[in-house]
Design a protein around this ligand. Sequence first.
Ligand code: 1GP
Length: 247
Amino acid sequence: MTVFQSLMDKLATQSANYLMLIDPDAKNDDRLDDMVAAANGAGVDAILVGGSLIVDDGMDRRVAAIKERAEAPVILFPGSANQLSRHADAILFMSLLSGRNPQYLIGEQIQAAPVVREMGLETIATGYLLMEGGSSTSVEIVSGTKPLPADKPDIILAHALAGQYMGMAVIYLEAGSGAANPVPDDLIKIVASSLDIPVIVGGGLRTPADAAAKVRAGASFVVTGSIAEESPDTETLAAFARAIHTA
Ligand code: 1GP
């Protein structure tokens, strides 16, 4: 069974899946072990690994270290075609549909595709929509794309539907790491209730209650990144997992 199918199957018994994001950058080198140890036993459903910008060549080594210790599947969440590793179980094969930069719509994907095939990674086709989150984010800067305004639900829904009709397996609503304003519940409601494919929500979720609200609005997957960097302990992550699983 694929990683994606096993996560979808979990939705029969829990409200949503908790995805913990680890940025495999040098800045987290001495925290990796603690973050993975915290995820183990906390009920994290999968570990996402990726970032907008990796400042050294240590990513592959870090993915290997995460995979070696992690109990949950490891899924790449790449900022570019450089962020591939055969040590992962799967990859969110993303297109930045909210932007109009061909490099992130299709260019990086063409660079990555033969390598992904050679590595034998499971691909999860993901329509990635960057939303205004109240501050400028690394994704916006690195991709050179404008986020979608969160107060234009019709436009956001049109992007999400386009992703579905183009065959994406999932739509990712991203407010950006550390966003002051996470993706609004109303918007998630509109998008999730209009799509036949599941929705991932991430960016700026600070508390288990924040995360639960996104699930009640319709998210099938909730992502946190900063929380585990700041508090890499099982108790903190378990509180998020519980809130997300039972919302
Ligand atoms: C993943 O960008 C998010 O979608 C992670 O955001 O670091 O704010 O949790 P945080």
